[in-house]
Design a protein around this ligand. Sequence first.
Ligand code: ZN
Length: 142
Amino acid sequence: MSVPRFWREIPHKYRLLGSKCRSCGAVYHPRRPTCPRCGSRDMEEIVLSGRGRLLAYTVIRRPPSDLEEFRPYIVGLIELEEGVKVLGQIVDCGPEDLRPGLEVEATLRRIRAHGSSGVIEYGYKFRPALRWDKESSSQRPS
Ligand SMILES: [Zn+2]
């Protein structure tokens, strides 16, 4: 695998992208060619902030085999600032650090490695927002 090519691909491949309807303003993730709300096809691609609030979460103790290395892991439902809801793995903390309404932010992390080929997939996961650390040191995730 060509490392330089891999890094060149990162900027567009790994931005958290959504679609915004130019007619009614609705925002979607993943991207959509038409707006389910108003039916418009006038959609623009937007880069989502990756910041949002945790709505709900659960701990996965028996994952599929290719995610075994992360066991147990947390999956959360996050409402991004733009109003879209996304599912994602929550990292850098334990379930005891989480509560509904917690501020989280997207972070680029390894998703899985493909056996002997060594190809490693990256993608977005979420972690408690850094400013949460600064403002409330008594609650910092371990
Ligand atoms: Zn629309």
